[in-house]
Design a protein around this ligand. Structure first.
Ligand code: NDP
Ligand code: 2IT
Length: 445
């Protein structure tokens, strides 16, 4: 495989798609040896077929705001690869959404979904719509208009969307309502549904819980646990909330949260009512974490910065892509951070990852660490197909088991000669081999 040639061609075809090109390079770099050891992949054009999505659908989403004005947003669905099962992946509503971001997320989703052990392909979608500051009625009208286009492209055996940044239970409800009206069918076409109409217990917590289950396995390779550890978390959304809850349960102390406005440092630890306050903060539909420091005066708010300068044992980036750069990585390592587990998708820049690997600290990428979210979506699909609901403990146990199994897979495929576990390589190689072999079996399509 000629990596530089592939990247040069891709850059020429898709100039300026920075995040997508970054994600492809990261994967190709770590699977290079695996590809070269399997000449059958080359002759079947596996890489060339894998790095381009099967199809991209774009549509306009007109909607009327509360003042009666017409607004137009862009909607997308990137169906990347369905070698292992129906396309599966979240929807992101955020003003920064563009094709590059959705292609990077869809590409990552292929390997993440492969790692879950469940039969699901990879896709992603969303819109540049900003739910912040919008009324519930506005969000409903937007979701309905979005679904008027999306419904033709999805189905329980075709493509199953879910949430991501800006898409939680409320949005899934409005999207599902419109889907149901258009198709007159009630089945598991979206995951993250409400509990009384097809949702799964533990799905809201799953990404954060899974992140901590995975980090627990990482720490165990060094004979460590979360007990007494100082943990820095970024973000204050769905993933961050679940992660904070589980770290606290495991005896760790979470001391930071962050938003686009800056970060909160609470040296006493974010536990109990403070975790529930995170939900209030999110529901307030503003864009800031600063009010936490007013509510809990022992905490301080640091404007315009990321939390990585706070000394910690474990770091869990749970906000968004490229939120942890080389400088942050150097500070974390210098401060003695022993474990970095990515709850978000691609939060560390390429340079930051190099710092972690060079210093041989425990570092694992989002596609392994945060796979518990989509895995529990897969469990929701199973329950929908069987038309029954599993108990909370049952789902949690399955999630825990899946995270342990992903960790094993990463260790098996990522162990270096000196014993260091390169989770980036482990996750990419294992995720890739399964998809590549399925593509080989299914012919050139
Ligand atoms: P939420 O919308 O619940 O929270 C996202 C958090 O990141 C918020 O704190 C948000 O603040 C912040 N954020 C978003 N965009 C930016 C930005 N451009 N700059 C700074 N901060 C930003 O989303 P989730 O918790 O669901 O998602 C967080 C991460 O986890 C994302 O990378 C997502 O792809 C990933 N993920 C989510 C899964 C899920 O099941 N939900 C599963 C696997 C991964 P604000 O909204 O105020 O901008
Ligand atoms: O990035 C992700 O894995 C998600 N946003 C969850 C996708 C899903 O289908 O549950």
């Amino acid at each position: 495989m000629n990596l530089e040639k592939i990247m040069t061609n891709l850059e020429k075809k898709h100039p300026g798609e920075v995040e997508y090109l970054q994600a492809v390079r990261e994967v190709l770099e770590s699977i290079e040896d695996a590809v070269n050891q399997n000449p059958q992949f080359e002759s079947a054009g596996i890489i060339d077929r894998l790095i381009e999505p099967d199809r991209i659908l774009t549509f306009k989403v007109p909607w009327i705001d509360d003042s009666g004005s017409v607004n137009v947003n862009l909607g997308y669905r990137v169906q990347f690869n369905n070698a292992l099962g129906p396309y599966k992946g979240g929807l992101r509503f955020h003003p920064s959404v563009n094709l590059s971001i959705l292609k990077f997320l869809g590409f990552e989703q292929i390997f993440k979904n492969s790692l879950t052990t469940l039969p699901i392909g990879g896709s992603k979608g969303g819109s540049d719509f900003n739910p912040k500051g919008k009324s519930d009625r506005e969000i409903m009208r937007f979701c309905q208009s979005f679904m008027l286009e999306l419904w033709k492209l999805i189905g329980p055996e075709m493509d199953v969307p879910a949430g991501d940044i800006g898409v939680g239970g409320k949005e899934i409800g409005y999207l599902y309502g419109m889907y149901k009206k258009l198709t007159r069918e009630h089945h598991g076409v979206l995951t993250g549904k409400g509990l009384s109409w097809g949702g799964s217990l533990i799905r809201p917590e799953a990404t954060g819980f899974g992140t901590v289950y995975f980090a627990k396995e990482m720490l165990a390779t060094k004979g460590e646990t979360f007990e007494g550890k100082i943990v820095c978390v970024s973000g204050f959304g769905n993933v961050a909330w679940g992660a904070v809850k589980k770290v606290t349960e495991f005896g760790g102390k979470v001391v930071t949260l962050s938003g686009p406005d800056g970060y909160i440092h609470d040296a006493e630890g974010i536990s109990g009512e403070k975790i529930e306050y995170m939900l209030e903060l999110r529901a307030s539909n503003q864009d800031i974490v600063a009010p936490y420091a007013d509510e809990f005066p022992e905490a301080t708010f640091v404007a315009g910065k990321h939390p990585w300068e706070v000394k910690c044992d474990v770091a869990l980036p749970c906000a968004t892509q490229n939120e942890l750069n080389e400088e942050d990585a150097n500070i974390l390592v210098k401060n003695g951070c022993m474990c970095i587990a990515e709850g978000a998708n691609m939060p560390s820049t390429r340079e930051a990852i190099e710092v972690f690997l060079k210093n041989e600290v425990l570092f694992a990428p989002g596609k392994a660490v945060n796979a518990g979210g989509v895995a529990t979506s897969g469990l929701e699909m199973s329950q929908n197909a069987m038309k029954l609901n599993w108990r909370k403990e049952e789902v949690d146990e399955k999630l825990h088991h899946i995270m342990q199994s992903i960790h094993h897979t990463c260790m098996d495929n990522g162990k270096e000669a000196d014993g260091y576990i390169n989770y980036v390589k482990g996750a990419n190689v294992a995720g890739f081999l399964k998809v590549a072999n399925a593509m080989l079996d299914q012919g050139i399509i």
